[in-house]
Design a protein around this ligand. Structure first.
Ligand code: UGY
Ligand code: MN
Length: 261
């Protein structure tokens, strides 16, 4: 069952799940099975904790459904950087520097010394992907507030492939003030990564559209819209898009820091 797919009560079929939990390696969470978590600060919201340090992640990801008047007055701050992406619906966001009305595809990144707030002023539910992580300072450098909407950004060929394209949501490339980035990756049906990635960085990943076969560690798994994946450091990873629509996901990636010893 899940409050997210309105499947409650007994089923005809035997219970089963596509979710896989291999802590410190990778975790797949399908929608069916996700439960509501009461989280202080979130008012008139249904929230689910997705990625977390309990899996091995250095960050947390939440999926939040904000009902009319749903809000949180302070996400992040006290050393925690934060990010919110609007999957559907609309919310107003604000921090000490900026404020904006975000619609689907809209996002805010707020630095670690600036908590931000959101409120859903409309009667429609808003579905939000919320990320928080302890910022890793680097000398006097600092990131800044970023507000944008992916629908106003161009797709860029990913590593020389035109069937696989990317949008970088934060200006972290060449700016060491930022210690992480958020990206959206899109594969046309039949397209794939150019190789099976195996890298130090972690990912939290929310699938926004389509279907594909995803290689995680030594497993090939069918993953689709609504699924969430945590990939720990060095988890081998790549996919093939299948079906008749583009396969699209948003994901976080740490960057720009020396490895601490
Ligand atoms: O940027 C990345 O590491 C990205 N290509 N990883 C992935 O899609 N699994
Ligand atoms: Mn990767």
């Amino acid at each position: 069952m899940s409050y997210l797919n309105n499947r409650i009560g007994h089923r005809e079929a035997l219970l089963s799940t596509r979710s896989v939990v291999k802590k410190e390696n990778y975790v797949v969470l399908e929608v069916d099975g996700l439960v509501k978590n009461a989280i202080p600060g979130y008012e008139k919201c249904d929230s689910t904790i997705l990625g977390s340090p309990e899996m091995g992640a250095s960050f947390v990801d939440y999926l939040v459904t904000a009902h009319e008047g749903g809000k949180n007055d302070a996400i992040g701050g006290n050393g925690i950087e934060s990010f919110l992406y609007v999957v559907s619906g609309a919310v107003s966001v604000k921090n000490a520097d900026k404020e904006a009305d975000l619609t689907a595809g809209g996002y805010i990144y707020s630095p670690a010394d600036k908590p931000f707030s959101f409120v859903n002023k409309s009667a429609e539910d808003a579905v939000l992907y919320v990320y928080r992580r302890r910022y890793q300072p680097l000398g006097d450098l600092a990131p800044f507030t970023v507000i944008g909407n992916v629908n106003e950004m161009e797709w860029v060929n990913y590593e020389g492939m035109k069937e696989c394209t990317v949008k970088d949501l934060l200006p972290a490339a060449g700016n060491f003030g930022f210690d992480m980035n958020m990206h959206i990756l899109r594969f046309e049906p039949g397209a794939s990564h150019g190789y099976i990635e195996t890298h130090f960085q972690e990912h939290g990943m929310l699938f926004l559209q389509g279907k594909g076969m995803y290689r995680l560690d030594n497993d090939w798994l069918p993953l689709e819209k609504g699924d969430y994946v945590f990939m720990d450091s060095y988890c081998p990873q790549a996919c093939y898009a299948v079906g008749d629509e583009d396969y699209i996901y948003i994901y976080s990636k740490d960057c720009n820091r020396d490895v601490e010893l």
